[in-house]
Design a protein around this ligand. Structure first.
Ligand code: PMP
Length: 412
């Protein structure tokens, strides 16, 4: 199919408008940091399928691993007939997630499902119900995670009633965070605090360095399970395998998804053995969890991290973004704040009076798209431009993408 208008018309007929596509780039193929559409037009990808393609599109090692596993078997259901590839992957994840203690890993399919399971496990372990999340958080779109996500439109409005026993605390300011346990929920009723180390959809916000050590101590002192949601920030994005490592904290549970399997649907909850093991046999699971093809892709991703210095690449990319975005902030009054950490960086767009400028963000991302660059907007005000390009992006592709973005800023 090369007639984009025809596909677009059919999409409008058969896909509900609630499931919006941000662009009309109908993909024919994708490689590294380049997406080619059905008409042969090439786009530089600064979105990475929303933080999924850290090792790049169609990495040959991932493709080979998927093919080889698909030849052997694609599904038996881990709950019926298990297989070594999943057990070995769990072992690898237990080793690379922060924490020097013994761990176990549970595989499910999506980010939201991982968060849901982390909450199930924390509630079971603590025999408490309350879940505390932070203002500006994003944890998914299922009924529980929708309640845990703190942007009403478009994620929550009209879908109520939402799941109960979810409470909100401020992000980044520990004193204010702690005060929520006086004003909104008793710590003794709190099963888990669930936090992104760097807020993703909320606007690429990194907290001050002292925030997480204090939160971790507070959780420990009060018997609360600390769940760190690494779904967007993990798998090398900030220059360490998991973003929480930048803050020197060992969470009780970590949720991992997105870039773990380079686009194959896979997610995991990894954490303290005694917490993970508190749930009775049969209390956790799902038909597709630990899908063998996804496991093969995830092994390939971890091999690529080891063999191709992806963390080093992320750090180098982060330095370039810091330098370029820093220079832009000096030159463009429309840039308000620089946000993020490592290769998870972005900037806000503001009006002359300093108020958020979501329309400008839309105009800029549209300009980029028209000129061959796919880039995403985020933030509770929809005014943050974020960089989520594959960590393996070639220098000339990166430069070209940044040039397009800069021209867009000039034209705003
Ligand atoms: N948590 C975070 C931090 C996320 O960024 C996302 C997805 N953007 C999710 C959870 C939900 O993941 P999924 O869309 O795979 O359910």
């Amino acid at each position: 199919m090369t007639n984009t208008d025809g596909i677009q018309t059919l999409l409008d007929q058969v896909i509900p408008q609630g499931h919006t596509s941000g662009t009309t780039c109908y993909v024919e193929s994708a490689k590294g940091a380049i997406i080619t559409d059905v008409q042969g037009k090439k786009y530089i990808d600064f979105a990475g399928g929303i933080a999924v393609m850290n090792v790049g599109h169609s990495h040959p090692k991932v493709v080979a691993a998927i093919k080889a596993q698909a030849e052997k078997f694609t599904h038996t259901c881990f709950m019926v007939s298990p297989y070594e590839i999943a057990v070995r992957l769990a072992d690898r994840l237990c080793k690379i997630t922060p924490g020097s203690f013994e761990k176990k890993a549970l595989f499910v399919n999506s980010g939201a499902e991982a968060v849901e399971n982390a909450v199930k496990i924390a509630r079971y372990y603590t025999k408490r119900q309350g879940i505390v999340v932070c203002d500006g958080s994003y944890h998914g779109r299922t009924y529980l995670t929708m309640a845990m996500t703190t942007k009403v439109k478009p994620y929550k409005c009209g879908f109520g009633p939402l799941a109960p026993e979810v409470y909100r605390a401020p992000f980044g300011d520990f004193k204010a965070f702690e005060q929520s346990f006086i004003t909104t929920i008793n710590p003794e009723n709190t099963a888990a605090v669930v936090i992104e180390p760097i807020q993703g959809e909320g606007g690429f916000i990194a907290p001050p360095t002292e925030f997480f050590p204090k939160v971790a101590k507070f959780c420990k002192d009060n018997g609360i399970v600390l769940v760190i949601d690494e779904i967007q920030s993990g798998m090398g994005r900030t220059g360490t395998m998991f973003a929480i490592e930048n803050f020197g904290v060992e969470p009780d549970l970590v949720t991992v998804a997105k870039s773990i399997a380079a686009g194959m649907p896979m997610s995991a909850v990894v954490g303290r053995k005694e917490i993970m093991d508190s749930v009775h046999p049969g209390g956790l699971g799902g038909t597709y969890g630990a899908n063998p093809v996804a496991c093969a892709a995830a092994h390939a991703v971890l091999d690529i991290f080891e063999e191709e210095n992806i963390l080093g690449k992320a750090r180098a990319l982060g330095e370039i973004l810091t330098r370029i975005f820093g220079a832009w902030k000096e030159n463009f009054a429309v840039i308000g704040e620089l946000r993020g950490l490592g290769a998870m960086q972005g900037f806000t767009l503001v009006n002359e009076d300093g108020t958020p400028a979501p329309e400008k963000a839309k105009t800029l991302s549209r300009y980029c798209f028209d000129n061959g660059l796919i880039i995403l907007v985020c933030g509770i005000h929809g005014n943050v431009i974020r960089a989520l390009m594959p960590l393996v992006i070639e220098p000339d592709q990166l430069q070209k993408g940044l040039d397009i973005l800069e021209h867009g800023l000039v034209n705003l």
